[in-house]
Design a protein. Structure first.
Length: 224
Protein backbone atom coordinates (compact mmCIF):
# COMPACT_ATOMS: atom_id res chain seq x y z
CA UNK A 1 0.00 0.00 0.00
CA UNK A 2 1.36 3.41 -1.00
CA UNK A 3 1.81 6.04 1.71
CA UNK A 4 -0.48 9.05 1.39
CA UNK A 5 0.67 12.64 1.90
CA UNK A 6 -1.45 15.78 2.24
CA UNK A 7 0.32 18.93 0.97
CA UNK A 8 -1.19 22.24 2.14
CA UNK A 9 0.10 25.53 0.75
CA UNK A 10 -1.48 28.55 -0.93
CA UNK A 11 1.53 28.87 -3.28
CA UNK A 12 0.48 26.81 -6.29
CA UNK A 13 4.03 26.51 -7.62
CA UNK A 14 5.19 24.87 -4.40
CA UNK A 15 2.21 22.53 -4.30
CA UNK A 16 2.78 21.51 -7.93
CA UNK A 17 6.49 20.92 -7.40
CA UNK A 18 5.98 18.84 -4.26
CA UNK A 19 3.12 16.89 -5.76
CA UNK A 20 5.25 15.92 -8.77
CA UNK A 21 8.21 15.02 -6.56
CA UNK A 22 6.32 12.80 -4.14
CA UNK A 23 4.23 11.09 -6.81
CA UNK A 24 7.45 10.35 -8.70
CA UNK A 25 8.79 8.80 -5.50
CA UNK A 26 5.81 6.49 -5.07
CA UNK A 27 3.46 8.41 -2.78
CA UNK A 28 -0.24 9.10 -3.18
CA UNK A 29 -0.69 12.87 -2.88
CA UNK A 30 -3.61 14.98 -1.69
CA UNK A 31 -3.41 18.77 -1.98
CA UNK A 32 -5.15 21.76 -0.44
CA UNK A 33 -4.63 25.47 -1.07
CA UNK A 34 -6.12 26.78 2.17
CA UNK A 35 -6.88 25.94 5.77
CA UNK A 36 -10.55 25.05 5.40
CA UNK A 37 -9.82 22.71 2.50
CA UNK A 38 -6.98 21.18 4.51
CA UNK A 39 -9.28 20.35 7.42
CA UNK A 40 -11.65 18.58 5.02
CA UNK A 41 -8.87 16.67 3.26
CA UNK A 42 -7.38 15.62 6.63
CA UNK A 43 -10.50 13.51 7.19
CA UNK A 44 -9.08 11.18 4.50
CA UNK A 45 -6.46 10.10 7.07
CA UNK A 46 -3.16 10.79 5.27
CA UNK A 47 0.03 9.18 6.54
CA UNK A 48 1.74 12.58 6.80
CA UNK A 49 0.78 16.24 6.37
CA UNK A 50 2.99 19.02 5.01
CA UNK A 51 1.33 22.17 6.29
CA UNK A 52 2.19 25.75 5.41
CA UNK A 53 1.78 28.18 8.31
CA UNK A 54 0.91 31.34 6.37
CA UNK A 55 -2.41 30.93 4.55
CA UNK A 56 -5.11 33.49 3.76
CA UNK A 57 -8.18 31.90 5.38
CA UNK A 58 -6.99 29.87 8.39
CA UNK A 59 -3.30 29.68 9.23
CA UNK A 60 -1.47 26.42 9.69
CA UNK A 61 -1.32 26.74 13.46
CA UNK A 62 -5.11 26.86 13.66
CA UNK A 63 -5.47 24.00 11.19
CA UNK A 64 -3.09 21.84 13.23
CA UNK A 65 -4.96 22.64 16.43
CA UNK A 66 -8.33 21.75 14.87
CA UNK A 67 -7.32 18.45 13.28
CA UNK A 68 -5.19 17.02 16.08
CA UNK A 69 -8.34 15.60 17.72
CA UNK A 70 -8.88 13.18 14.84
CA UNK A 71 -5.53 13.03 13.01
CA UNK A 72 -2.55 11.27 14.59
CA UNK A 73 -0.12 11.23 11.65
CA UNK A 74 3.05 13.39 11.62
CA UNK A 75 2.47 17.06 10.76
CA UNK A 76 5.44 18.95 9.31
CA UNK A 77 5.14 22.72 9.12
CA UNK A 78 6.43 24.56 6.05
CA UNK A 79 7.36 28.06 7.11
CA UNK A 80 9.50 31.07 6.39
CA UNK A 81 9.29 32.00 10.07
CA UNK A 82 12.00 30.72 12.39
CA UNK A 83 11.31 32.49 15.69
CA UNK A 84 11.62 30.29 18.74
CA UNK A 85 8.18 31.22 20.10
CA UNK A 86 6.59 30.01 16.86
CA UNK A 87 8.36 26.68 17.17
CA UNK A 88 7.31 26.29 20.79
CA UNK A 89 3.70 27.08 19.92
CA UNK A 90 3.74 24.69 16.97
CA UNK A 91 5.14 21.79 18.94
CA UNK A 92 2.68 22.56 21.72
CA UNK A 93 -0.33 22.12 19.43
CA UNK A 94 0.93 18.93 17.82
CA UNK A 95 3.50 19.69 15.11
CA UNK A 96 6.22 17.07 14.65
CA UNK A 97 8.81 19.00 12.63
CA UNK A 98 9.58 22.29 10.87
CA UNK A 99 10.83 22.75 7.32
CA UNK A 100 12.11 26.27 6.68
CA UNK A 101 11.54 27.90 3.30
CA UNK A 102 13.39 27.91 0.99
CA UNK A 103 14.18 24.22 1.41
CA UNK A 104 15.89 21.43 -0.47
CA UNK A 105 13.24 19.10 -1.86
CA UNK A 106 15.64 16.17 -1.39
CA UNK A 107 16.08 17.00 2.30
CA UNK A 108 12.31 17.37 2.64
CA UNK A 109 11.83 13.99 0.99
CA UNK A 110 14.31 12.41 3.39
CA UNK A 111 12.56 13.89 6.41
CA UNK A 112 9.15 12.76 5.17
CA UNK A 113 10.49 9.25 4.62
CA UNK A 114 12.06 9.18 8.09
CA UNK A 115 8.85 10.29 9.80
CA UNK A 116 6.75 7.74 7.92
CA UNK A 117 9.21 4.93 8.71
CA UNK A 118 9.08 5.87 12.38
CA UNK A 119 5.29 5.89 12.33
CA UNK A 120 5.23 2.51 10.59
CA UNK A 121 7.49 0.97 13.24
CA UNK A 122 5.25 2.33 15.97
CA UNK A 123 2.12 1.07 14.21
CA UNK A 124 3.57 -2.39 13.76
CA UNK A 125 4.43 -2.61 17.45
CA UNK A 126 1.01 -1.29 18.50
CA UNK A 127 -1.31 -3.37 16.32
CA UNK A 128 -3.60 -5.67 18.26
CA UNK A 129 -5.66 -8.21 16.33
CA UNK A 130 -8.81 -9.35 18.09
CA UNK A 131 -9.96 -11.87 15.51
CA UNK A 132 -9.53 -12.50 11.81
CA UNK A 133 -11.44 -9.33 10.91
CA UNK A 134 -10.81 -6.54 13.46
CA UNK A 135 -7.46 -4.87 14.17
CA UNK A 136 -7.02 -1.90 16.50
CA UNK A 137 -3.98 0.32 16.04
CA UNK A 138 -3.69 2.23 19.30
CA UNK A 139 -0.75 4.36 18.19
CA UNK A 140 -2.35 5.57 14.99
CA UNK A 141 -5.81 5.49 16.59
CA UNK A 142 -7.40 3.52 13.76
CA UNK A 143 -9.56 0.44 13.38
CA UNK A 144 -9.26 -1.91 10.42
CA UNK A 145 -11.46 -4.66 9.08
CA UNK A 146 -9.59 -6.99 6.70
CA UNK A 147 -7.20 -4.11 5.90
CA UNK A 148 -9.95 -1.53 5.30
CA UNK A 149 -10.30 1.32 7.78
CA UNK A 150 -13.41 1.78 9.92
CA UNK A 151 -13.80 5.57 10.34
CA UNK A 152 -14.22 6.66 13.94
CA UNK A 153 -14.21 10.20 15.33
CA UNK A 154 -11.97 10.95 18.31
CA UNK A 155 -14.41 10.20 21.13
CA UNK A 156 -15.64 7.04 19.42
CA UNK A 157 -12.07 5.75 19.27
CA UNK A 158 -11.48 6.86 22.88
CA UNK A 159 -14.39 4.64 23.97
CA UNK A 160 -13.16 1.68 21.91
CA UNK A 161 -9.65 2.15 23.30
CA UNK A 162 -10.85 2.28 26.92
CA UNK A 163 -13.15 -0.73 26.72
CA UNK A 164 -10.94 -2.92 24.50
CA UNK A 165 -7.93 -2.45 26.76
CA UNK A 166 -10.02 -3.72 29.69
CA UNK A 167 -11.92 -6.66 28.15
CA UNK A 168 -14.65 -8.04 30.38
CA UNK A 169 -14.54 -5.07 32.78
CA UNK A 170 -17.83 -3.20 33.12
CA UNK A 171 -17.84 0.60 32.93
CA UNK A 172 -21.00 2.59 33.60
CA UNK A 173 -21.60 5.55 31.33
CA UNK A 174 -20.86 8.04 34.12
CA UNK A 175 -17.40 6.52 34.63
CA UNK A 176 -16.71 6.52 30.89
CA UNK A 177 -17.75 10.16 30.73
CA UNK A 178 -15.48 11.11 33.64
CA UNK A 179 -12.48 9.30 32.13
CA UNK A 180 -12.87 10.59 28.58
CA UNK A 181 -14.52 13.99 28.94
CA UNK A 182 -13.23 14.93 32.40
CA UNK A 183 -14.85 15.90 35.68
CA UNK A 184 -14.98 19.57 34.76
CA UNK A 185 -16.52 19.14 31.32
CA UNK A 186 -20.01 20.55 30.95
CA UNK A 187 -22.37 17.99 29.49
CA UNK A 188 -24.37 14.85 30.14
CA UNK A 189 -23.12 11.29 30.52
CA UNK A 190 -25.97 10.22 28.22
CA UNK A 191 -23.74 11.32 25.32
CA UNK A 192 -21.76 8.11 25.93
CA UNK A 193 -24.75 5.98 24.91
CA UNK A 194 -25.10 7.94 21.67
CA UNK A 195 -21.41 7.46 20.82
CA UNK A 196 -21.68 3.73 21.51
CA UNK A 197 -24.77 3.54 19.31
CA UNK A 198 -22.78 5.08 16.46
CA UNK A 199 -19.84 2.73 17.04
CA UNK A 200 -22.16 -0.26 16.83
CA UNK A 201 -23.65 0.98 13.56
CA UNK A 202 -20.15 1.34 12.09
CA UNK A 203 -19.18 -2.13 13.29
CA UNK A 204 -22.35 -3.57 11.75
CA UNK A 205 -21.75 -1.76 8.47
CA UNK A 206 -18.20 -3.17 8.43
CA UNK A 207 -19.51 -6.70 8.92
CA UNK A 208 -17.97 -7.37 12.32
CA UNK A 209 -19.57 -8.47 15.56
CA UNK A 210 -20.70 -5.88 18.15
CA UNK A 211 -17.79 -6.07 20.57
CA UNK A 212 -19.36 -3.59 22.98
CA UNK A 213 -21.91 -5.39 25.13
CA UNK A 214 -24.58 -3.67 27.23
CA UNK A 215 -24.89 -5.03 30.76
CA UNK A 216 -28.39 -3.86 31.52
CA UNK A 217 -28.67 -1.60 34.54
CA UNK A 218 -24.89 -1.58 34.99
CA UNK A 219 -22.94 -0.33 31.97
CA UNK A 220 -20.84 -1.52 29.04
CA UNK A 221 -18.00 -3.99 28.52
CA UNK A 222 -15.82 -5.26 25.69
CA UNK A 223 -16.56 -8.91 25.04
CA UNK A 224 -13.57 -11.24 25.36
Amino acid sequence: MRDKILIVDDETDIVSMLKDYFEWNGYDVLTASGGLEAIKKAEMQPDLILLDINMPDIDGMEVCSRIRDFVSCPILFLTARMEERDKIKGFGIGADDYIVKPFSVEELGARVSAHIRRERRQRESANVRFDDKLTIDYTRRCLYRDGGQIPLVKKEFDIVELLSQHPGQIFDKERIYELLWGYDHEGEASVVAEHIRRIRIKFKDAGIKPYIETVWGVGYRWTK
